[in-house]
Design a binder for this molecule. Structure first.
Ligand code: PLP
Length: 420
């Protein structure tokens, strides 16, 4: 079966990704199998254009940023700041200064929980999370609660993996100071009704942090239309290098927040007695930032925008829908999360009487890379009454053939375990 959706020429796109042509598990009398990379929610692969941007930077433009009064430093600074502008345009941020480069989603959330949280949370204040969050959007808030006396609460989910919005009024109280919620959770793939949550949180007087690690790479994002107060994501889940992430924050919030990390670059002035913080965004970018990773992220954004976020989302929906069709005929397979029209390209499941790790290992023998375990979402798995699950997660370079291979391999695994 071929691999095209209306707008994307996936075969041509795949030629940009050297790693996708990997053949693995070859042995003297065995030809090996073609890699089917279905672990994109963990991290994506990089096209040649991003790899080349990284090589070019090291070969031609590399120096430390914002420091040197020399030509090379100016070059490097320009490229780094261009990357910030590309992020600004990708997410519709009002100004560049509201785009902070961090090392990833995890650091971005820790920054807000530490800086905004410590300055604003008081005993009995409430932080509202949901049962579908990644540990990165749980633990920093538990730590903030431990420091400030605030209370962490969890909006429940329904059995089919959606937020129980009917309970939101009960969970949004006059004490709720912030709601931190995934736009798309990393196991269930649910496309959460963010606009509604944000409106209702604001009506209740709470701020909203959007964990967009699984949404910015896969769909159009507009922080102004959403009304998000903070929005965070990682470069490595959207074709960029690892080690760079983004915090968007509304200017007035960021300006009022104390710096997170102290050191070089984040100051206007230092004496032996005190320091004055720099303006945004430098105030939150202490030390040498992830220069080349940010420039690589800029190249990744160029690549994504050339394809078009809507076309990317449409292709992933095609794959997800087909995966649901193909996998529903695998005996004993149970999907986690809602039906395809309500989710992104994440398909998590359990297989009756087969541990998720065995599933993933046997799929790997067929060259199919998926993730197995609790996926950094232990509270979610507890809520669902399971210890682990298997997750296939698609990106725009995946094909319908790969979906068919996944289905065939799972059928085979089921047969093996039935014989045991
Ligand atoms: N939030 C969500 C929804 C995620 O999927 C992930 C990573 O899987 C994270 C946060 C953490 O991202 P990172 O490890 O890049 O900091």
């Amino acid at each position: 079966m071929t691999t095209t959706s209306h707008a994307l020429d996936v075969e041509r796109i795949r030629a940009d990704f050297p790693i996708l042509s990997t053949v693995l598990h070859a042995a003297p009398k065995r030809p090996g199998v073609q890699l089917a990379y279905l672990d994109n929610a963990a991290t994506t692969q990089r096209p040649q254009q991003v790899i080349q941007a990284i090589v070019d930077t090291y070969e031609k433009h590399y120096a430390n940023v914002h420091r040197g009064i020399h030509w090379l430093s100016d070059q490097s600074t320009d490229l780094y700041e261009d990357a910030r502008g590309k992020v600004q345009s990708l997410i519709g941020a009002p100004t560049r200064e509201e785009v902070i480069f961090t090392h990833g989603t995890t650091e971005s959330i820790n920054l807000v929980a530490r800086s905004w949280g410590d300055a604003n949370l008081k005993p009995t204040d409430e932080i509202l999370l949901t049962e579908m969050e990644h540990h990165s959007n749980i633990v920093p808030w538990q730590q903030a609660a431990a420091r400030t006396g605030a209370i962490v609460r969890f909006l429940p989910i329904t059995d089919d993996g959606q937020l129980a919005l009917g309970a939101l009024d009960q969970f949004l109280t006059p004490r709720t100071r912030i709601v931190a919620v995934a736009a798309i959770p990393n196991v269930l793939g649910t496309i959460n009704p963010l606009s509604e949550i944000i409106v209702r949180a604001h009506q209740a007087g709470a701020l909203v942090l959007v964990d967009a690690a699984q949404s910015v790479p896969h769909q159009h994002t507009d922080v102004q239309a959403l009304g998000a107060d903070f929005l965070v994501f990682s470069g490595h889940k959207m074709l960029g290098p690892s080690g760079v992430g983004v915090l968007f924050g509304r200017r007035e919030l960021l300006e009022a927040m104390p710096p997170f990390l102290g050191g070089g670059s984040m100051i206007r002035r230092v004496t032996t007695a005190l320091f004055e913080p720099a303006e945004l965004p430098a105030k939150f970018e202490a030390g040498t930032p992830p220069i080349v990773s940010a420039i690589g992220l800029g190249a990744a954004i160029d690549y994504l925008q050339q394809l078009g976020m809507d076309a990317i989302q449409a292709h992933e929906r095609l794959l997800c829908t087909r995966a649901h069709e193909v996998l529903s005929s695998v005996g004993g397979l149970k999907f986690l999360g809602p039906t395809p029209e309500r989710k992104s390209g994440i398909v998590s499941f359990t297989l009756d009487r087969v541990h998720a790790h065995d599933v993933a290992q046997l799929l790997d023998r067929q060259g199919i890379a998926v993730r197995a375990g609790h996926h950094c979402a232990m509270p979610l798995h507890k809520r669902l009454g399971i210890n682990a699950s298997t997750r296939a997660s698609f990106y725009f370079y995946n094909t319908l053939d790969e979906v068919e291979r996944l289905g065939t391999a799972l059928d085979e695994i089921k047969r093996i375990f039935r014989r045991k």
